[in-house]
Design a protein around this ligand. Structure first.
Ligand code: THU
Length: 232
């Protein structure tokens, strides 16, 4: 819940690679950072909070937060929680990029809002969801390095939380390393969710380099046999 009553959804995203599961709280909070909404005033969870989630909240947002009721956190400097108004739009106001260069330029702008207290290594992602719009993603760091959410997984997580699952293109920018490519965790989630989506990576003064998740991670673990039967 934000200070104006708008709210951000967050769902748990499972991966065939179990260690890459993104929890609902971290997913919603990283959406708030990418959308530059640091005015989080309350969080309600459908199950008890975990310690790393409390840490993520305290390290990324101005607090302090207190546990007001079971599984409800509020910012203690707020006298009251506003009544809910509308779900916050996850889309950027920008028009669809006309070409890969324009797309990576938007990703560069987005990267400026990364939360990189641990590494000072900002990354920006723009997920083009076709007629739905453009969803931004930035890396949001956690004092525990293993809990960091990368820009790519942030953008994908936001889309899934909002019920969007058709992706046209992703643009990436990483100013400190113009030859960077997505990390292993992001490759796995990308290949599970959108194996053939073009990904265009900023290459500085050279033309963006475009590839796809399936070419970045050939022979990936699909988890086919892990799928539950309908109704189970
Ligand atoms: N990072 C990303 O955001 N995307 C990647 O694909 C590579 C790594 C972030 C995570 C961490 O905050 C920093 O870059 C260094 O790993």
């Amino acid at each position: 819940m934000l200070s104006d009553g708008q709210w951000i959804p967050g769902v748990r995203i499972e991966s065939a690679s179990f260690s890459l599961v993104i929890g609902a709280v971290v997913n919603a909070l990283s959406t708030a950072v990418a959308l530059r909404r640091y005015d989080v005033v309350a969080i309600a969870l459908s199950r008890p909070a975990k310690d790393h989630e409390r840490t993520f909240l305290q390290s990324s947002f101005p607090g302090p937060f207190v546990e007001a009721e079971k599984d409800i956190f509020v910012r203690s400097t707020n006298r009251s929680i506003p009544p809910p108004t509308a779900m916050l739009s996850p889309f950027l106001p920008d028009a669809k990029p006309a070409n890969p260069r324009a797309g990576v330029e938007l990703a560069r702008e987005t990267a400026k809002h990364a939360s990189v207290g641990e590494s000072q290594f900002p990354v920006g992602a723009i997920l083009d969801c076709g007629s739905n719009g453009l969803i931004p993603g930035v890396n949001v760091e956690h004092p525990d390095w293993a809990r960091i959410i990368c820009a790519e997984r942030n953008a994908l997580g936001t889309a899934i939380s909002y019920g969007i699952n058709s992706f046209e293109q992703m643009y990436l920018a990483c100013a400190k390393d113009t030859w960077a490519t997505p990390c292993g965790a992001c490759r796995q989630l990308l290949v599970e969710l959108c194996p053939t989506m073009p990904i265009c990576m900023d290459r500085g003064t050279e033309s963006p380099e475009c590839t796809t998740p399936e070419s970045l991670l050939p022979s990936h673990f699909s988890g086919r046999s892990l799928r539950r039967q309908p109704g189970r």
